[in-house]
Ligand binder design. Structure first.
Ligand code: ADP
Ligand code: MG
Length: 599
């Protein structure tokens, strides 16, 4: 067994210094990586209050010898160095002997550890960097690290921490990614007493995805195994239908260590081009194995950013690994799919050609658009700019061909920043801007909803919200409907949800109230027909999104609103979804009567 040695000064200096214990998730990452380095096949992570109160990482690894326990907590103490030649390797793996030293400086740490050859284990507590006397203790082979009251003595750092539930989310994210890099290790994650996931250690990454992300993801995986020169890429990628509105479920490892690298992610996404709509990000877990001299992980203190030596070759390998896996997965029998594949592989302007192909299929075979969309894996997608302008053009044609010339509208102005005044022919109108816009939103949302077109926006910062158990049940029960309304909501621990995507609403502060209003609507209105409940939910969304009263509008905005309100009026809709009138009108005669111009 390698002894723990203090790194010689030169090496210590060469290795960039940096805070390891940035936040609870960084602490967990370091501890779990230590367990992996110790050869553990079973690791259990438990946290309370977002890891700020309590973190425990237990492993069945090789343990720490009794007389080396203090050394492990010294700065630049690492057992993962034998000779100076190891420096390259140390840099690669990020062994800096810093983690335990840094963590124990900002928390209270207890360690229980036993090596296989020792008759008993050792217990030691390190309080703010000061090691307390060791004690013998009966325990299993392996190590338990318990970190309590993190940053209690560093109020400045404490201030930067997010809510417990958010920190817990970061931690489970880190642990789930590590679990995916190590399908051969059984990893269990427990948050506030509730098991979040556990993997079975059978070496199959698909099972890890199943346990961590659930069956929908597990069902839609394609395996990747690709070699090019010194690079070996393995892992799984998701079929286009499980692409999501953000990159939270893209994971990249280099030599099994989780890293962040925008370039790699981008290239992998590029391989999905035309298979996933713009704004959606494919799912993938990729491990890039490459010789340690070709990579430098120490460019970032948390060791999550890396630099590659042969970047171009690496990117090409990533691209091909994903592309090949995707290609392998497409069934060649279906003629239409083949066609798409051909067009897809056109090097230039493929987007445009693809669309043309799409369109001609549509025209010639009169197939329902949705079916073709499904074939093309464009399961649910928004109208593209081109399609929109095409539609607009068709609408214009229709108007030109069929409709009577409209009587021109003359905008008068805005009253109390709430009502739009305009005249049309012999009539004067007062339009309630909120009611009008709400109706327009409602109609659009409903149409999208019924056509299963999602209308969400990805949140820059996901919103974590506490919910009661019964609310959670409703959210789960109506998960599909939330989905279709444009939400992307995930369960989060026992009593929380993470909202990653919302329908387009203006104010972030309204997200939580919107979700709880919808939950209430689904719940309270149980007696109503389901369709009515859906309408009630859509109504709430449109209300949040709509232009408010007391909001100044430009002439352009007013004219646009007038025009569109009159379009729905032509369909016989004259009220907002709550039944208030959108506009009131006076004829010229009525006004003249008011002023006694006529009798
Ligand atoms: P590094 O991982 O860079 O070596 P750390 O501060 O994370 O530095 O750990 C210091 C040393 O403590 C490790 O090199 C290792 O010898 C020992 N150690 C830490 N955690 C464990 C563990 N779970 N099992 C066995 N040894 C451990
Ligand atoms: Mg370490």
């Amino acid at each position: 067994m390698a002894e723990i040695k203090v790194l010689p000064g030169i090496i210590a200096d060469k290795i960039a210094a940096g805070e390891v214990a940035e936040r609870p998730s960084a602490v967990v990452k370091e501890l779990v990586e230590n367990s992996i380095d110790a050869g553990a096949t079973k690791i259990s992570v438990e946290i309370l209050s977002g890891g700020i109160k309590y973190i425990s990482v237990e492993d069945n690894g090789k343990g720490i010898k009794k007389d080396e326990i203090e050394t492990a907590f010294l700065r630049h103490a690492t057992s993962k160095l034998r000779e100076i030649e190891d420096l390259e390797k140390i840099r690669t793996m990020g062994f800096r002997g810093e983690a335990l030293a840094s963590i124990s400086a900002v928390a209270s740490v207890e360690v229980i550890s036993k090596t296989a050859d020792a008759p008993s284990g050792t217990y030691m507590k390190v309080e703010r960097g000061i090691a307390q006397p060791k004690e013998d203790i009966a325990c299993n082979n392996g190590t338990i690290m318990v970190v309590e009251n993190l940053f209690e003595n560093v109020p400045a750092r404490m201030k930067f921490l997010k809510k417990d539930s958010t920190e817990a989310g970061y931690i489970s994210d880190v642990v789930s990614r590590i679990a995916m890099a190590h399908p051969e290790i059984m990893i269990k994650m427990t948050v506030d007493g509730k098991e979040l996931f556990s993997t079975n250690g059978d070496g199959d990454i698909k099972n890890v995805v199943l346990n961590v992300y659930g069956i929908d993801y597990a069902k839609a995986l394609i395996e990747v195994d690709y070699k090019e020169g010194p690079v070996h890429i393995t892992g799984v990628i998701g079929k286009p239908e499980i692409a999501r509105g953000n990159r939270a479920r893209q994971t990249i490892f280099v030599n099994k260590r989780y890293i962040k690298n925008y370039g790699v992610a981008k290239v992998a996404e590029e391989a999905y081009r035309n298979a996933v709509m713009v704004g959606k990000f494919p799912f993938f877990v990729l491990n890039i194995d490459l010789p340690s001299e070709l990579v430098d992980v120490n460019v970032h203190p948390a060791k999550t950013e890396v630099k590659f030596a042969n970047e171009k070759e690496l990117m090409e390998a990533v691209y091909h690994s994903v592309k090949n896996a995707l290609f392998k997965d497409t069934t060649p029998e279906k003629v239409q799919e083949k066609k798409v594949e051909e067009v897809k592989s056109e090097p230039e302007n493929n987007t445009v050609q693809f669309r043309m192909n799409f369109k001609s299929n549509f025209k010639r075979e009169e197939a329902p658009r949705k079916e073709i969309e499904n074939l093309l894996s464009y399961t649910v997608r928004e109208e593209t700019a081109e399609e929109k302008s095409e539609k607009d053009f068709e609408e214009i044609l229709e108007i030109v061909e069929e409709k009577e010339p409209e009587i021109p509208v003359k905008l008068v102005g805005q009253l109390f920043d709430t009502y739009i005044l305009y005249e049309q022919g012999e009539k004067f109108f007062l339009l309630d801007q909120h009611a009008g816009h709400e109706r327009l939103r409602f109609e659009k949302l409903k149409e999208d909803y019924l056509n299963k077109r999602r209308f969400g926006q990805v949140l820059m910062i996901p919103v974590v919200m506490n919910v009661t158990l019964s609310e959670m049940e409703i959210i789960k029960e109506y998960g599909e409907y939330f989905d279709r309304m444009g939400f992307e909501i995930e369960e989060f621990g026992n009593d929380g949800i993470v909202i990653r995507q919302t329908p387009i609403i203006t104010d972030d502060n309204e997200i939580k109230s919107l979700v709880s209003e919808i939950v209430t609507a689904f719940d309270e209105k149980k007696k109503m027909a389901f369709a009515d409940r859906e309408e009630a939910a859509l109504d709430m969304i449109s209300c949040k999104y709509a232009i408010k009263a007391n909001q100044k509008l430009t002439s352009y905005e007013m004219e646009d609103l007038i025009l569109r309100v009159n379009e729905v009026k032509d369909k016989g809709i004259t009220t907002c979804p709550h039944g208030r009138p959108i506009q009131v009108e006076y004829t010229k005669t009525e006004i003249e009567k008011m002023f006694k111009r006529i009798v």
